[in-house]
Design a protein around this ligand. Structure first.
Ligand code: PLP
Length: 451
């Protein structure tokens, strides 16, 4: 890249440290600077337009330039730009949002703790789980099982639960008491002649074997994303989650659904837990909660978990956890408005209406010589590239084809996400039929140009 001295690109390279970026490659390639957005489109600083095929980072569900969210933020900023929720203080946006989430979420998930990101929320979950078992007088029941290729964030505890090598290697992670079980990716890990249901049983058996090996009295919780996102959009077999839930119930192990990506319609139901028909004890939401217009996340706990935590805080005095910005009133007001828009515009019916076209569009790429698997549910999906379709031999991690395809997609005006051998798609939920066709036209050109 030809970088002019003192240009925004040169200043970016000089001073701006980018998350999830190869820093030396960034010095050579420079940034893609996005200046504005409208609907599902964004524009770079040269005026080139792109379809945001990933809704940013799986989050701008209502697209860009949603005026009602801007208004909600401005009004709340004028009225009360900040207040907190420590030591019995409260404010109306926080109350409204907690009530709304308790209403929307399935079962007796009735109690809401706010944080600012998915990572913070998942760190909170780890602390809740440990505190819960201390409160119940079983301090040995502390292990949390997550999955290889699961993604739960990057703070120390959440990165430990994440099951991806780049989040552990050279960071001295995972921490103690965090274990990983099998990844339910049938295409990669299913055995010759095994049905999806038999594969799901094998995954649940593997979890049970791990629990027995560790001792059920030491295992506190299982955490997973209903559909794995950052691990490559891995949609488990339909029966997987119910089998996992049954194993957890058998050994009195909490089921935690990390709905940071799946929550609010992404999988075609309001929550991924509903798509896979499970009832978690704890649910984590973020991203689409505010359509990403401001950072906010939430941990929603069942009556059973709440009662144990509340009894313990009554015993020891104070529940010693919380963030300065837990339930920030401006972010909460934007989230309340986001949820209102979902309801008024019936976003769920819209997702159900356009999802078949989206899934069919993706599946049309299955015959391409570079494509090993196409997978997805609702408005999320991925195309996995292989070096050889028969042997499923993969390219080297982040190898030439994935990176090349990502670049070709950008050149053709669509922003996607390259995850090892897969390209992920997660467009804003407001995408129309016509725009879905446009998205796949642009991607198809990129794929055809890729060697
Ligand atoms: N959990 C899931 C399922 C995610 O996809 C992510 C982020 O992509 C996180 C947690 C972490 O969220 P954040 O990046 O807001 O910390």
């Amino acid at each position: 890249m030809n970088v002019r001295p003192n240009s925004p690109a040169a200043r970016d390279i000089a001073h701006h440290l980018h998350p999830y970026t190869n820093w030396r490659r960034h010095e050579a390639d420079g940034p893609l600077i996005i200046n504005s957005g409208k609907g599902i489109y964004v524009q770079d600083d040269q005026g080139k337009e792109y379809i945001e095929g990933m809704a940013g980072l799986w989050c701008t569900s209502l697209g860009f330039g949603e005026e009602r969210l801007v208004q909600a933020a401005a009004e709340q900023m004028r009225k009360l730009p900040y207040y907190h929720a420590f030591a019995h203080k409260s404010h109306n946006p926080g109350i409204d949002l907690a009530e709304r989430l308790a209403d929307m979420t399935p079962g007796d998930l009735n109690h809401v703790f706010f944080a600012n990101s998915g990572s913070e929320a998942n760190d909170t979950v780890v602390k809740f789980v440990w505190y819960f078992n201390n409160a119940l007088g079983r301090p040995e029941k502390k292990k949390i099982i997550s999955r290889i290729k699961g993604y739960h964030g990057v703070t120390v505890a959440s990165a430990s639960m994440t099951g991806l090598p780049n989040n552990h290697r050279d960071f001295d992670l995972p921490i103690a008491n965090i274990l990983h079980t099998e990844c339910p990716h049938y295409y990669r890990f299913g055995q010759e002649g095994e049905t999806e249901d038999a594969f799901a049983t094998r995954m649940a058996d593997a979890l049970e074997a791990k629990i027995l090996e560790e001792g059920p009295e030491t295992v506190a919780a299982f955490i997973g994303e209903p559909v794995m996102g950052a691990g490559g959009v891995i949609v488990p077999p339909r029966t997987y989650w119910k089998k996992i839930q049954a194993v957890c119930r058998k050994y009195d192990i909490l089921v935690i659904a990390d709905e940071v990506i799946c929550g609010f319609g992404r999988t075609g139901e309001m929550f991924g837990s509903q798509t896979f028909e499970i009832q978690p004890d704890i649910m984590v939401v973020a991203k689409q909660l505010s359509s990403a217009y401001l950072p906010i996340s939430a941990v929603i706990i069942s009556d059973k978990v709440y009662d144990a935590l509340a009894d313990n805080s009554a015993k020891i005095g104070t529940f010693g956890h919380g963030y300065t910005y837990s339930g920030h009133p401006v972010a909460a007001a934007v989230a309340v408005e986001t949820l209102k828009i979902y309801e008024e515009r019936d976003i769920l019916s819209h997702v159900k209406a356009v999802a078949p076209l989206f899934q069919e569009g993706l599946r049309k790429f299955a015959d391409h010589p570079h494509v090993g698997e196409v997978r997805g549910v609702g408005l999320v999906g991925a195309v996995e590239l292989v070096a050889d379709k028969t042997t499923k031999a993969s390219f080297d991690p982040a190898g030439p084809v994935g990176v090349q395809l990502d670049k070709r997609a950008i050149a053709n005006g669509v922003i996607l996400r390259n995850i090892v051998d897969s390209l992920a798609f997660c467009p804003p939920l407001i995408i129309t039929d016509k725009q879905i066709k446009e998205l796949f036209d642009r991607f198809g050109k990129a794929l055809d140009e890729t060697e």
